[in-house]
Design a protein. Structure first.
Lengths: 315, 485, 280
């Protein structure tokens, strides 16, 4: 005999699920955004402009290693590279920061002591963020206590995609609080957001919750900092600065692997926000292999010949 | 009225000069008329020097056709027409396919010459004019043996010999828009490029030779207004004209009672309408593209911005910010966004109307930037608080000047947009589909761009209502003017 | 001493690559008078499965390309075929004992067919689609879209022209194709794969398999991921089998049989109609 399914009785079915207010999204037209982003990628950057652009891009890099296999040795080598990217060319600036997992923060802090390169740490259950708020807060406090001056957190996509903006915002505010004096970058993981309008919306949410920087991606998802995504985020921070006077930076992470892509990012910043924003205080590129491509292109400008990867060490 | 000009902020990173190499194009000292498959000197015409409007330097000498030259060209076209019509349709199509492929092969050269001769930025000639010209020939090549499907199965024949007059704003592309459908349908053509931009049409003549176009099927007769008038009166079976409304009306008068086929693609004062529920940042791009693309030398330019009052401040602030990022200067620099004004005459017309605008009381803002010493320049300009009845809101300026007028309701926007003798194009910016389609249905304009502007395709018909002209170019409708059904 | 010729190994053209049959089998290809010319792969049901898989993989990008781009690819296909026309005409004489003039005429017709269909790609929408003037405040429009993966049974003769005439409409409409080439004269059709490969035809958009019809008919025409069948064999027995196999997944079946190009195209598209309210 078949059993009837259990009855689930609620005293008030569907209670609380009709809020009366849909999420308000600023209209963003993807085709228009892609066209503008692509046309800015066709700027011709040559000679001195390219040289200067490469140096600028290097100065904005958060040199990153986020692998299960990271060890103190690897991190020390990376720190040395971040401080002096090309020993043969001392005019090449240091990177802006190193970005590592919390467990390796002490190693980075020691290696970079007095070098002018910041120590950034991911936190909050990076990259998926599928842990409790308590765990996220502890993760953050540990990194700050170990000496990280920048924290890269992930938003709860689980909450965002459910439509629970309040929870997303509350978490960011709590993490910001736990950061103390450290500055907070909020990773939106744009590859997991449904549309560019959501990128804009999530950006604004993070800004309103106290983010110092909004960041595109963890680098662990399908796509990262596409030009279209970055453009939308730049427009969002621009409008915010016009409205309130507060500056929030943008970090493009994931998928920026070549000099051409890095220069495209700089063009997006320059032509959306102006030259004042071409500084590591307001724009960062999260990258690992990009640095060597920048160095190779820089060397090519001197020698006039196409380069080879072996001339530059990985760390 | 004080002119408020924008202050540029200090530059931290500038683009180095990125000049396109002139070496891609080796210009001859002298170009002649293309008649009957050969280059021939004018017999009763003149020789004129064509100059680069960005530098005022001479580029080449060009033969301008006199009335006897025009008559010879028409005779050559007349003689070639029966054999061209008698060719198997696919064979006609294959000639046009070859022209398209050759344009692609000589793309760089054509782009450079177009920029030197006309003043438009090299990135536009390279990325838009030349590829679009190739695509137009490619698309119409494919119609040559499929005309039954375009003409509803009706019996048809070509008009015969067509006289075509094209303007200086898209010289090569307009020549393609004219020649491709004419040839595909079995007509032969005499085409007059504009006085200030004859060169790319003459390069197209070389391409026609290489593509195996039979002698006399295509004839190119550069000249000024008098050459055009001679062509109109020469007894061709059809005239196709793109240019100013004033000249268009003159042509229509001249041909009255002659039974000559006529299509006109004239001026415009197109409204670009931004609603409060538009994607604002993208609409600003659309406004900029609509009026500053090709220095505003575009018949369908979005020269009247109609913005809903609730978002007027945000839109105008963003528009002004965006305008100041436009790079004005050497058209041969790959990073230039806005090039030179095509001629001293056109520059004077723009200046005069802008003065009128200031006198009428509108607030003028022009971008401040360093301009080259020589050449014809006008920096991107916006007029705020423009009254709908003012001259600058009514008359076509044909330059990088946009007027801004607010509206309150959908009905008001439509009414303002339609309140014009012109009716070429319009832009509608809203994220609400139903509104976009409703407004499009109500606008008396031949082309309505929803959430975009200045998009062109060989398959999409283009042409105006009212005094913006009649007849269409592009798509199957573009074939109709060239046949008799 | 007479120089030995480096004889050609004929291969299948699947997924943009050239492969032998996974079965390792081949059949002799003979000339008109029975002389051995070469071996051709005797495809198996697994080869057919792989071809359909490749066709499906290539179908999305091809359907998503602009009509202009598809037209340019087909035109380039025509250019590439023209560049080998003399060689293929001579091969037709050698293989099929054709008259030289007839062989050249067949090549000319094949090239012109490709040019003709290159010119159709951006015109289908205008001819087959349009706005529907519905009696309600809606914008309603209908557009032709590619049906997807099209199986083509090419005729035995003419080997080259017949394959081009049967496959080009499918390609022009944005579909990808798996064709069983002429059974009696498979060599020149397989060469067509080489020509497609140099013409920017994306991988998987055109797939050519050789083999025995009785072994390949069922796996191809019964494959659930094939959307339409073009039966150009002219064989009544084949027709009955094909129709029956098609019924299983409601495949669209067409028999061109001298039909004009628009008729062939119409059989290989789906009409999609959309509606949207109009009003403020």
């Amino acid at each position: 005999m078949r059993r009837a399914p259990a009855q689930i009785v609620r005293s008030r079915p569907w209670a609380g699920t009709v809020s009366g207010v849909n999420r308000q999204l600023v209209h963003v037209d993807r085709v228009g955004v892609e066209e503008r982003a692509a046309s800015l990628g066709r700027r011709s950057i040559k000679h001195d402009a390219k040289r200067q652009g490469i140096r600028l891009a290097i100065s904005m890099i958060d040199l990153t290693t986020l692998e299960g296999a990271d060890t103190p040795g690897k991190v020390r080598h990376l720190c040395a590279k971040a401080v002096v990217p090309d020993p043969a060319r001392p005019e090449v600036p240091s990177c802006a920061a190193i970005c590592v997992y919390p467990a390796l923060v002490p190693v980075a802090v020691e290696a970079l002591d007095g070098c002018g390169v910041a120590v950034a740490s991911v936190a909050t259950g990076f990259p998926a963020g599928q842990v409790s708020l308590d765990a996220k807060l502890q993760d953050t406090r540990d990194a700050v206590a170990a000496g990280a001056t920048e924290i890269d957190m992930v938003i709860s996509r689980e909450a965002y995609l459910r439509g629970d903006d309040r929870r997303v915002r509350g978490e960011i505010e709590a993490i910001k609080d736990a950061c103390g004096d450290a500055h907070l970058k909020v990773i939106l993981e744009t590859a997991e957001l449904p549309t560019l309008a959501h990128v804009r919306h999530a950006s604004q949410l993070a800004i309103d919750a106290g983010a110092d920087f909004i960041k595109t991606s963890t680098g662990k998802a399908r796509t990262g900092a596409t030009p279209a995504t970055v453009l939308v985020m730049l427009e969002t921070v621009r409008d915010h600065s016009w409205r309130t006077g507060r500056i929030v930076g943008v970090k493009a992470a994931g998928g920026v692997g070549t000099t051409k892509q890095a220069l495209h990012m700089l063009v997006l910043v320059k032509e959306t926000l102006g030259d004042e924003w071409l500084t590591a205080e307001r724009f960062r590129i999260g990258a690992s292999s990009l640095l060597n491509d920048l160095l190779m292109q820089y060397a090519k400008l001197e020698s006039g010949h196409y380069g080879r990867a072996e001339d530059f060490s990985k760390e | 009225m004080t002119v408020v000009t924008g202050q540029r902020t200090p530059v931290r990173w500038d683009y180095a000069p990125a000049p396109e190499s002139r070496g891609a194009a080796s210009l001859r000292d002298r170009y002649d008329l293309f008649v009957g498959g050969a280059f021939v000197a004018p017999s009763d015409g003149t020789v004129v020097t064509t100059t680069n409007p960005a530098t005022e330097e001479p580029l080449a000498e060009v033969g301008f056709a006199g009335p006897a030259d025009v008559a010879r060209a028409v005779d050559a076209a007349r003689a070639a027409q029966p054999a061209w019509q008698a060719l198997a349709p696919l064979e006609r199509g294959k000639v046009l396919f070859r022209i398209a492929r050759l344009i692609q092969e000589r793309a760089r050269e054509l782009a450079v010459v177009e920029t030197l001769d006309g003043g438009k930025p090299i990135k536009e000639s390279r990325d838009f004019d030349v590829p679009a010209a190739a695509a137009h020939f490619f698309s119409y090549a494919g119609w040559a043996d499929k005309l039954g499907h375009a003409l509803g199965g009706r019996e048809w024949r070509p008009r015969g010999v067509v006289g075509q007059i094209v303007p200086w704003n898209f010289p090569l592309l307009m020549a393609a828009w004219k020649l491709a459908p004419a040839l595909a349908t079995g007509n032969t053509a005499v085409l007059k490029p504009a006085e200030t931009t004859p060169l790319t049409a003459l390069l197209l003549a070389e391409i026609c030779q290489e593509a195996g176009v039979p002698d006399g099927v295509v004839n190119i007769v550069p000249g000024a207004g008098d050459t055009g008038a001679a062509l109109v009166r020469s007894g061709v079976d059809k005239v196709a004209f793109t240019g100013s409304t004033a000249v268009g009306k003159e042509i229509q008068r001249t041909l009255a009672g002659t039974g000559t086929g006529l299509t006109l693609e004239l001026g415009g004062k197109s409204a670009n309408i931004v609603f409060e529920d538009a994607a604002i940042d993208q609409s600003v791009e659309g406004i900029v593209n609509g009026i500053f693309f090709n220095q505003g030398h575009v018949c369908c330019a979005g020269s009247r911005l109609l913005v809903q009052e609730s978002v007027a401040e945000e839109v105008t602030r963003k528009l002004w910010d965006r305008m100041q990022r436009l790079r004005v200067g050497d058209p041969m620099d790959k990073n230039t966004d806005v090039g030179a004004i095509n001629s001293a005459e056109q520059l004077e017309r723009i200046r005069a109307l802008v003065e009128v605008g200031e006198a009428e009381g509108a607030t003028r803002r022009s971008v401040a930037c360093e301009l080259p010493e020589r050449g014809y320049w006008f920096t991107p300009t916006v007029f705020l608080d423009v009254a709908p009845a003012s001259r600058i809101a009514v008359e076509e300026i044909f330059g990088p000047v946009v007027t801004v007028t607010t509206f309150r309701t959908v009905a008001e926007a439509i009414e303002r947009a339609n309140n014009s003798a012109y009716g070429l194009a319009a832009g509608v910016w809203t994220d609400t589909g139903a509104k976009a389609f409703e407004v499009a249905a109500q606008l008396r304009a031949g082309v309505v761009w929803q959430n975009t502007y200045n998009r062109f395709d060989p398959t999409a018909a283009f042409g105006g209502y009212k005094e913006s002209g009649f007849g269409r170019e592009g798509g199957p409708s573009g074939l109709l003017p060239y046949v008799v059904v | 001493m007479r120089r030995s010729l480096v004889a050609k190994t004929y291969k299948l053209y699947v997924g943009g690559r050239f492969a032998r049959s996974e079965s390792g089998r081949s059949d002799p290809a003979t000339s008109a008078d029975g002389a051995q010319l070469a071996n051709v792969p005797r495809s198996s049901r697994k080869d057919v499965r792989d071809a359909v898989k490749a066709a499906r993989a290539g179908a999305g990008a091809w359907a998503g390309a602009t009509a202009y781009n598809r037209g340019q690819v087909l035109y380039r296909f025509a250019e590439a075929l023209e560049s080998r026309a003399e060689e293929l005409a001579r091969a037709g004489v050698a293989q099929r004992a054709l008259d030289a003039g007839a062989a050249r005429a067949e090549l000319d017709a094949a090239i012109d067919t490709l040019v003709h269909y290159a010119g159709w790609t951006d015109k289908l929408a205008a001819v087959m689609g349009g706005i529907n003037p519905v009696a309600a405040p809606y914008l309603s429009f209908s557009v032709p879209e590619p049906t997807g993966v099209v199986a083509v049974l090419a005729p035995d003769e003419p080997d080259l022209l017949g394959l081009v005439e049967a496959a080009a409409p499918a390609l022009a409409a944005g579909n990808s194709v798996v064709a069983i080439v002429s059974r009696r004269w498979p060599l020149r059709p397989l060469d067509l794969g080489e020509i497609a490969a140099v013409s920017d035809v994306p991988a998987g958009v055109l797939n050519l398999v050789s083999g025995r019809l009785d072994e390949l008919l069922e796996p191809l025409c019964g494959h659930r991921d094939v959307n339409a069948l073009v039966d150009a064999t002219g064989d009544a027995g084949v027709a009955e089998q094909v129709d029956r196999l098609a019924a299983d997944t409601v495949k669209r079946v067409s028999r061109p049989d001298g039909a004009g190009s628009l008729t062939r195209l119409e059989a290989l598209v789906e009409i999609k109609t959309a509606w949207h309210p109009v009003g403020t």
